[in-house]
Design a protein around this ligand. Sequence first.
Ligand code: HEC
Length: 109
Amino acid sequence: MKKVVLAFVACLSLWGTEIDKETGLKVAKGLEEVKANCTVCHSANFIIQSKLNRDEWLTTIRWMQDTQGLWEFDPQTEDIILTYLSTQYPQSNTSRRRPQLDKSLLPPK
Ligand code: HEC
């Protein structure tokens, strides 16, 4: 059993997403901006556990800005952060819930 686990871990590291040791976030362009702005009030686990598309990430940021005291970003920083989030923590179709059917496949209302 131990060997299986080791092999699995080895595979994971071969696939090669480098992880920032401090936060657990994936190392990619934008990491510094995200670390500086998004791990101040809460741990990065909120980010790691979220799988959102770009619009939903933006909605989450706006919600924190409206209700949780998150500051405004200049458009460039916001773009870098959103690109990082939606690329590294994208919406996932791997959950057991299947993707929604296309409207054309649904019965007419
Ligand atoms: C000013 C403080 C603050 C900063 C900075 C901040 N957040 Fe948050 N965030 C919060 C609070 C407060 C919550 C709600 C915590 C709770 O539910 O207990 C939250 C919740 C979240 C959640 C979970 C939302 C949900 O659906 O439950 C995510 C994801 C998140 N933040 C991402 C981010 C990202 C990405 C950034 C950087 C752009 C960021 N946060 C920066 C205060 C902050």
